[in-house]
Design a protein around this ligand. Structure first.
Ligand code: NAD
Length: 364
């Protein structure tokens, strides 16, 4: 197969981790007889420096014309003081909206080799952590009107949160369909004791539930959900929630699995052209030091093969290669346990190379 991938390296550790993921994709292409063509796209701080805006329209077009997009991360201190509409993260919001990817899918799964990297008590981890957060991605407060005005001599800021029934319904369906393919349990998370958007959310979810009698639907307030994720994560199979709640809960969920550097994500809309990225940011504190964990990006590339290119065997092979390398004791700094004797610390590039060797079936 021949696939065209738009590649956004972005800022900070973005270029380092994306390069490793592309090397893994090239190896998969070599082994399975596919050709992956890459088109570079500037987005984020680097695009502000080069083009004066975080995502020029021509760059968005390149993404929309591709078979899928692989993204590292954007942002950094250098651009923290630019006006709101010019911030690197605005490029990301424009990309998500422009591609129409309304469903963000983030797995929270603990790798058995990294169980001791979880900050949770072993007795909780032993129950198992394996759930998915389906987050609405292009609506809600992040896409509402933002304004700062002066009222009675002081500044006042407003952020508008809005959801229509159809926006809730399309993400709700993804939640039910995802649960149907897994443990058939869907937890809808909202704040219906306070917010009108949440009351509408809840009523749409219950209407949809009638079409999915095989899926058990439960409701949970977002503050309770934040507690339950650390208290009893094993209770969850699929969580469906709106944009901002999903943003916060999925970072919390990633942390209990060990490291933010391990978690991939996919964002899809109504076509197979998806956006694939690790869930972490550009980690400016470790950029350029070759110590970032590239696994979240490599697993994002695996998700691209599985969900956008229908290449399940290839995706399985990448996931198995990651499993094997962890099993052999190789760790980047973020997942290195205190007991260093059991494991060998490696850098970003070496981790990529080890995964490639494992893919090729070479014994390290
Ligand atoms: P971050 O995720 O970049 O970093 C948080 C912590 O995790 C840091 O200590 C970092 O070193 C570590 N970390 C992150 N990824 C890692 C990896 N692959 N390997 C090892 N350690 C890793 O979050 P932040 O510090 O809050 O944000 C930094 C910048 O990234 C900001 O400009 C923020 O706006 C941006 N950001 C971008 C995205 C995105 O591009 N999707 C997402 C979140 C934050």
């Amino acid at each position: 197969m021949n696939k065209n991938i738009a590649v956004i390296r972005g800022d900070g550790i973005g270029p380092e981790i994306v390069n490793e993921a592309l090397a893994v994709l090239d190896t998969v292409g070599d082994i399975y007889g596919h050709t992956f063509n890459y088109t570079d796209v500037d987005m984020g701080g680097c695009a502000i420096d080069k083009w004066g805006e975080p995502l020029p329209d021509e760059m968005l077009e390149k993404c929309k014309n591709s078979d899928s997009v692989l993204l590292g991360a954007v942002g950094g201190k250098k651009w923290d003081t630019v006006p709101g509409h010019m911030r690197p993260e605005k490029g990301l919001l424009k990309l998500r909206a422009g591609m129409g990817v309304y469903s963000n899918n983030r797995p929270a799964k603990i790798w058995p080799q990294l169980a001791d990297a979880s900050p949770l008590r072993p007795s909780i981890v032993e129950q198992g952590i394996d759930f998915i957060i389906v987050r609405e991605l292009i609506g809600g407060i992040y896409f509402g009107e933002h304004k700062t005005t002066e009222v009675n001599g002081e500044k006042q800021a407003n952020d508008d949160m809005c959801y229509s029934e159809s926006e809730i319904e399309r993400i709700g369906r993804i939640g039910f369909e995802t649960a149907r393919k897994r443990g058939k349990k869907l937890c809808s998370v909202e704040k219906s004791n306070v917010l009108d958007t949440s009351r509408l959310w809840k009523s749409v979810m219950h209407r949809l539930a009638e079409e999915y009698p095989d899926v058990e639907l439960s409701d949970m307030l977002v503050d309770n959900c934040a507690m339950q994720i650390v208290k009893n994560p094993a209770q969850f199979d699929v969580i469906v929630t709106e944009n901002m709640f999903g943003d916060i809960l999925s970072d919390e969920a990633s942390m209990i699995t060990g490291s933010i550097g391990m978690i991939p994500s996919s964002s899809l809309g109504s076509s197979t052209c998806g956006l694939y990225e690790p869930i972490h940011g550009s980690a400016p504190d470790i950029a350029g030091m070759d110590i970032a964990n590239p696994i979240g990006t490599i697993l994002s590339a695996a998700m691209m093969l599985r969900f956008s290119f229908d290449m399940s065997a290839e995706a399985d092979a990448i996931e198995k290669a990651v499993y094997d390398v962890l099993e052999q004791g190789y760790r980047t700094a973020d997942i290195m346990p205190g007991d260093e004797a059991r494991c060998k610390k490696v850098g970003c590039h070496e981790m990529g190379q080890l995964i490639i060797k494992s893919l090729r079936g070479t014994k390290q």
